[in-house]
Design a protein around this ligand. Structure first.
Ligand code: G6P
Length: 468
């Protein structure tokens, strides 16, 4: 596909386009990355290079209101070997502490290199002189190095939305040298947490014998956030409309509503959470007649066997718990295997007395930040995994080790018993943190560092912040 006719000064590169083709229209794609970045790309104009989410899709580039969409085509074989294989069955589990065993397959690596090269060629063809190029996430780690070899003029940023693992785990990757060299093509390399920065530097030092900061590369923590103003507006209108009390009454007016909202992924700790709630019902700490646990599990990566197995395990567990504790008045666990539009997600946040964001490992966990933003002025309790990036900032949450069943049970019980005044003040403190470290500030910080990075023709490009 040819995009050379139009050159862009700001290019976001991500595995997925911010929209998917559904019948004859585009619709928003799921995922934290997309929800984090589309407003930024829209505000600054420019282009978004990504996959449409459909194999063999021949869709042509399209100019949307503020942003050009530049699709990168993936064949059905490449979806299997690059996306489901290398990205989500090798890197994803390896970077999330072996939450399932990563698989190392040479044919997947071949496809992964081919697809990353295709992305890089699209960027090289679409970037205006001195453009800013911001590459996102683990599916595209080779892209910075490849673009750098094709276009020495552009400034390149790379941001990882997921954790970077300890060197002892990373070193297992047979293609560790190539992956590190790919990332090191960027001028600014960002991670969610300081711990990820340290892991990355340790990997570069141990495996490549270099500390990238010594040649001027910026490597830093840029914790991603949410648009709390927008969430606040949605929350106000949902409350005005009476949605939370309506949903509560549909749930049978329980005393307590617990909520989990996650992609159906091993990293999210859904099974561990269900087992903790089951034991709390078993030992009488929670009353199944007056408690409702709503678990929204957004379908994800369903062609991958490990994800299908997880779904079967979760659904069997929900069935067992409801079989044991459900009454005529309804089930204690409401399991919803579907995706909701974001304004409905906010209604769920407003209904939930307690949010369980108890991932086994998570780059950030934007759901936790969305919850506190929606609950501002309304109270509510956040139970948050210490292994989610958000735990660095949301220190007033009930922070828990989700691998420790007793600790998880204690945290859930404490959350249910929390006094309203304490819940209010904790939510207020966390909502202030989220509002002060907004999505917009995250993007601005990263882009400011990128604009300042090693560029030889300052002034060639107006500051992006000035383009708003
Ligand atoms: C995580 C990743 C994103 C990804 C999203 C949805 O948030 O960091 O890069 O887009 O999950 O996963 P999917 O495989 O459906 O794109």
């Amino acid at each position: 596909m040819s995009t050379q006719a139009q050159r862009h000064r700001f290019i976001v590169v991500a595995n997925r386009l911010p929209c998917q083709r559904a019948a004859d229209a585009w619709r928003s794609s799921p995922g934290g990355l997309v929800s984090a970045l589309s407003p930024v790309a829209q505000r600054h104009g420019g282009a978004w290079v990504g996959w449409s989410g459909v194999a063999d899709d021949e869709t042509e580039p399209e100019q949307q209101s503020d942003m050009a969409l530049i699709p990168v085509r993936l064949s059905a074989d490449e979806v299997e070997s690059h996306y489901e294989g290398f990205a989500n069955s090798t890197i994803w589990p390896l970077y999330h502490d072996h939450v399932v065993a990563p698989q190392f397959k040479r044919s997947w690596w071949e496809a992964h290199q081919r697809v990353n090269r295709r992305f890089a060629e699209e960027v090289a063809a679409s970037a205006a002189p001195d453009a800013l190029v911001w590459v996102h996430d683990y599916q595209l780690q080779l892209v910075p190095g490849l673009v750098r070899s094709m276009r020495s003029d552009v400034r390149l940023g790379y941001f990882s939305h997921i954790p970077f693992p300890p060197v002892e785990l990373f070193a297992q990757l047979p293609w560790r040298t190539e992956v590190l060299s790919g990332i090191l093509g960027a001028d600014v390399i960002g991670f969610q947490r300081q711990a990820d920065v340290e892991n990355f530097i340790a990997a570069c030092t141990r495996i490549l014998g270099v500390d990238p900061r010594e040649d001027g590369t910026i490597v830093g923590a840029y914790p991603v956030s949410v648009d709390s103003e927008h969430i606040g507006t949605l929350a106000k209108s949902a409350v005005r409309d009476g949605a939370p009390s309506r949903i509560r009454s549909e749930l049978g007016d329980p005393e307590t509503v617990l909520l989990g909202i996650d992609r159906l992924d091993h990293t999210k700790g859904i099974l561990e959470r269900l087992l903790a709630v089951e034991e709390l019902f078993d030992d009488g700490t929670l009353d199944p007649a007056t408690t409702r646990f709503v678990q929204i599990a957004v379908p994800s990566r369903e062609a991958i066997p490990a994800y299908r197995q997880l779904r079967a395990d979760v659904e069997r567990t929900v069935g067992r718990i409801n079989g044991k504790f459900g009454g005529l008045g309804g089930a204690s666990i409401h399991y919803l295997h579907r995706e909701y539009p974001f304004d409905d997600v906010v209604k769920w946040y407003l209904t939930a007395d307690v949010l369980l964001a108890t991932s086994l490992r998570d780059g950030m966990n934007l759901v936790a930040k969305e919850y506190v933003a929606a609950r501002r002025g309304r109270g509510g309790v956040l139970v948050l995994s210490e292994f989610a990036g958000a735990a660095d900032e949301l220190t007033e949450a009930l922070i828990v080790n989700p691998h420790d069943r007793d600790a998880l049970k204690d945290a859930i019980a404490e959350a249910v018993a929390t006094e309203a005044a304490s819940a209010h003040s904790r939510i207020e403190a966390m909502a202030t943190t989220v509002a002060d470290h907004s999505l917009c500030r995250w993007a601005t910080r990263f882009l400011d560092d990128l604009e300042a990075a090693v560029h030889e023709t300052p002034g060639a490009l107006p500051r992006l912040s000035a383009l708003q």
